[in-house]
Each structure stands twice: as structure tokens, then as C-alpha cells.
Design a protein around this ligand. Structure first.
Ligand code: ZN
Length: 506
């Protein structure tokens, strides 16, 4: 619970990035195959979208408060979900939700790790603007969060979260009158052993059936941690996707494990992925029961349900595992499903979408569009986006590792720091890495897995996007100085040990 008085809140609308284009990018083998398969349907989809916008306008004008449920899933890739073209049925309940929802096929996080991504989700600002970029960061009180806005609109705002970066020390709970981060305590001793889903479900059920104020609309945020590595799903999910091609391998202490490396056999990699998919299935089952509860309580028709992941996950596509290493497609492309209130749009939307769009979309859904809250995205309900729209990504990749004793004496801490920035406009994505400096350009239409750097053949376009990226960086710095910095989160020893076990802090 957070007091909301006495804080200076920035009220200047910051310059928005341009409107979106309607480009789709593929993702991974199965995802790109499906997206290519949809090429023929893309035109039909665009026509249906235009036709649907008229109906959407009338639907949207109805002045009734809708409930909003925002669910973020840790590290879930869209190409591991059948509704986004994944080859396995890992999430039957989300697949069912997708049938009555709008699916956004080209949605991207702003970064590739949890805290920064959620801060963007809640503020509508890119990481350099909200300044929550390091493992110890704390979102400044001067920022206006979506929960604060909705609270001011008369919403009952509640959050139930698992996982360390959503704990209250990072100050993302601004605006929530009920915020329960206790599920994240469950894994303190077991590092990232995956045991938070049942408690998440219990607390969500508790909110809907007992804590909910039936005289107010609600905004309910839920963050599910369990798909995060280590991938250790309970039985029977640990066997569910183990095919004859799999060779079992130890996946404990995944981040620092020397057993799971870039040169493991195909069979070992298949086994790792089978466990990741099992985690997604295990999480989806809990979501399914939560959706059933909303239906049983008569809340389904008037509740908008937004389901997305905070970022992607790597399986050595660019040599690394996990996330927070880079800004390639496997790390930043995310699923986004929005089930609108009854009568709202359904189908597929191939426009380029960023995390910073969620804040203005929620404002739009709650008829708060005229309020001068700063954000850098655009509402997904807007009808006429610009084809020149660019979206941006950034990552301050800090890693700490304990070097084993024996190599030069006592165990030491090894740090690695890299700064990554990227811009996507149309079919082109430019990535800039600082120290050691390098610039890469990818044509995401021809090369959806971002494997072939074409900056050498396209120097004019490379320079153009590099200039746009530089201008954007300057703009973000200018935005940040209008706010007070958030400072450093005060973490206790247990929380620090947890982050150490993940390699996030020293
Ligand atoms: Zn995450």
C-alpha cells in the first residue's frame, strides 16, 4: 500500500514517438513459418481491420467502466505458444482466450529483462526516461504509473506478483491499494526453483471473491514468475514435452551452469526446451482456472484481459542463454493477447507494437485519453497510425559472477557491462552496442531471426537509423531530467542473495 500524497508528479506530456507501421516480423523457426504462411492472409487481415474499426469506434464510445486485468508472464516467447504459431500446445487456456481476443503478432518489449520492462509497462516511458535500468533501481516517486491514473479514476487497483523485481522495494507498486508480493518469497531459499503458481492463483482468487469492491471497477495486475529459469516444472509437466529426441541434462543453476552451453547437443537443447515448455503449460493451467473464476463470477464480459510476456528468452540463437544479454528478436519479441470487453475487436493485428503502447491503450479503454499523462507510445485503439513509426529498445546489461576458487586464489566477482540500443522501423532493425562499439542492421522481413548483418550493404539506411537512434537517446535524456531520479532500492540480505543467484547483483 502506497500513500499518494506529497509527491511531485510530472505532468508535461513528453513527445510521443511516431505512429506505427503495419509490418510483421517472423520469430524463430515455427513462428516465421506461420507468419510467412499468413502473408496471403495479411491483405485480408488489413481489410478486416479497417472494416472492424468502424464497429470498434461504436463499441468504444459506450461509456461504461470496464475492469482491466493485466497479466505478465516471465520470459515467454510467442513462438512457444500455439496461438502465435508455436509447434506445441503449451498453453491451451491462452489459446482458447485467443479465440475471443485480438492477437498482436509484432509486439516488442523495450528491453530484455524484468524490472526495466515492467517500469515501461507501468509508466509508458522507455527505460532511459524512467531511469529504472539497473538491478538495484527504484522507480522515482515523481513518475505517474498506470495504477495511479486508474486509482484517480475510481478504480480499485490490486497487484499480485511473484519474482524479485516486482517486490515493493523497486517502487513499481505506486498507485495500488492492495499489492501482494509474498509469492516471490516462496523461492528465496530455492533460488529460482519454480513454485509460485499455486500461491499466485490462490491470491488472485482471494482478490476476486473476497477483497474486490463490487461498487468499483477494478484494475488487477498479476505477474507470473515460474517460466523463468531454472526450468524445473513439477510432474507431469516435466515429462509432457520430452520427445524421443531429447537427451536429459541437468538444468539446475541454469544461469551459471557450465553444463548448459552454446555447444550442447541438439538432444540436450531439446530437453532444455521441453522443460521450458513444461513451465509454460504449468503456468497456463493456473491461468485457465483464474479465467473460469472470472466467468463464474459474472465478470468476463465486462473485463478486458491483457496477457503478455515481459521479454523473450534465448536458446543460443546468438550464442547466449536466458535473457538480459542483448536485444535480438528472441530476447525482445513478446506475445500480446487482448480480450476486450464484450463486443470489442477480435482477430489478428500485425502492426508494430511496443510495450510503451500499453499505458495509453489502458487510458483509452478507461476513457482517460484527454488527461495529460506523459507517455511515449500510442493507443492500440487508434485507427490511423503512421507508416513511419519507429520503436526503440535499450539494455544496460550488467552481470556479476563468482569465479570459482582455484583460478588465482579466492573466489572473485567478475562483472560484465554492455550497453545496447536498437531501433526498428518498417522492415529494418538497427542494433548499436557500446564498448566494444559495433552497429548491425537486419532486414526482419527477409531475415526474421536476425542472423545476417546487412549494415555493410546498406550504409545509407544504417546511417539514417543511427541518426534517429541518436536523436531518440537525446530526447530520452531530456525527458529524464524533468523527473526526480528514483535512487537505489533497499534490498535485504535474502533479496540480495536471490538476485546474486541469478547473476543480477554483486
Ligand atoms: Zn523477466
Amino acid at each position: 500500500m502506497t500513500p499518494r500524497t506529497g509527491r511531485r508528479k510530472a505532468r508535461n506530456r513528453t513527445p510521443a514517438v511516431e505512429g506505427p507501421s503495419r509490418q510483421a516480423s517472423g520469430f524463430g523457426k515455427s513462428g516465421s513459418t506461420v507468419l510467412r504462411g499468413w502473408k496471403g492472409l495479411a491483405l485480408l487481415g488489413a481489410v478486416l481491420l479497417v472494416v472492424g474499426l468502424g464497429a470498434l469506434w461504436f463499441w468504444h464510445r459506450e461509456d461504461r467502466p470496464v475492469n482491466i486485468v493485466l497479466i505478465t508472464l516471465e520470459s515467454v516467447r510467442p513462438d512457444h505458444m500455439a496461438c502465435f504459431g508455436g509447434k506445441r500446445v503449451t498453453c491451451p487456456n491462452l489459446d482458447a482466450l485467443a479465440k475471443e481476443a485480438m492477437l498482436y503478432d509484432d509486439c516488442h518489449s523495450v528491453t530484455s529483462w524484468t524490472l526495466s520492462a515492467h517500469a515501461s509497462l507501468f509508466t509508458g516511458l522507455y527505460p532511459s526516461a524512467h531511469q529504472t535500468r539497473r538491478p538495484h533501481s527504484k522507480l522515482g516517486d515523481s513518475y505517474t504509473t498506470v495504477a495511479e491514473v486508474l486509482s484517480g479514476r475510481g478504480y480499485q487497483c490490486a497487484g499480485v506478483v511473484s519474482g524479485p523485481f516486482l517486490q515493493t522495494q523497486h517502487n513499481l507498486h505506486q498507485g495500488f491499494e492492495y499489492y501482494n508480493d509474498s509469492p516471490s518469497e516462496l523461492t528465496q531459499k530455492l533460488a529460482h526453483g519454480d513454485i509460485t503458481n499455486p500461491e499466485m492463483e490462490r491470491l488472485l482468487r482471494d482478490f476476486v471473491t473476497k477483497r474486490r469492491d463490487k461498487n468499483r471497477p477494478f484494475f488487477l495486475f498479476a505477474y507470473f514468475w515460474d517460466p523463468h529459469y531454472d526450468y524445473i516444472p513439477p510432474a507431469p509437466y516435466n515429462e509432457m514435452f520430452v520427445s524421443p529426441d531429447c537427451e536429459q541434462i541437468d538444468v539446475t543453476r541454469y544461469e551459471s551452469s557450465k553444463t548448459v552451453h552454446a555447444n550442447i547437443t541438439e538432444g540436450h537443447l531439446e530437453y532444455v526446451i521441453s522443460q521450458y515448455d513444461g513451465e509454460i503449460y504449468w503456468t497456463d493451467e493456473h491461468l485457465g482456472r483464474f479465467f473460469d473464476l472470472l466467468k463464474a463470477e459474472g465478470l468476463w464480459d465486462n473485463t478486458v484481459i491483457i496477457v503478455m510476456a515481459d521479454h523473450g528468452e534465448e536458446f543460443f540463437e546468438h550464442g547466449k542463454k536466458g535473457h538480459k544479454n542483448n536485444l535480438y528478436v528472441e530476447s525482445v519479441q513478446v506475445p500480446l493477447i487482448i480480450k476486450y470487453a464484450k463486443g470489442g475487436p477480435q482477430g489478428r493485428d500485425s502492426r508494430l507494437v511496443s510495450f510503451v503502447d500499453i499505458f495509453p491503450t489502458i487510458l483509452d479503454l478507461t476513457h482517460t485519453t484527454a488527461a495529460p499523462f506523459p507517455h511515449q507510445g500510442r493507443s492500440l485503439l487508434e485507427a490511423s497510425p503512421s507508416p513511419e513509426r519507429a520503436i526503440f529498445y535499450e539494455l544496460l546489461s550488467l552481470w556479476y559472477r563468482r569465479r570459482p576458487a582455484g583460478l588465482g586464489g579466492a573466489p572473485k566477482v567478475h562483472t560484465r557491462t554492455e550497453q545496447w540500443f536498437a531501433i526498428r522501423q518498417g522492415n529494418d532493425k538497427l542494433i548499436k552496442v557500446i564498448r566494444p562499439d559495433r552497429t548491425e542492421l537486419y532486414n526482419v522481413r527477409k531475415d526474421p531471426q536476425e542472423q545476417e548483418d546487412v549494415s555493410g550493404q546498406n550504409s545509407a539506411r544504417t546511417q539514417e537509423l543511427a541518426n534517429k537512434l541518436k536523436q531518440w537517446q537525446e530526447l530520452m535524456r531530456a525527458v529524464a531530467v524533468t523527473y526526480g531520479a528514483g535512487g537505489k532500492a533497499e534490498l535485504d540480505e535474502k533479496q540480495l542473495e536471490r538476485l546474486r543467484s541469478l547473476g543480477y547483483v554483486q
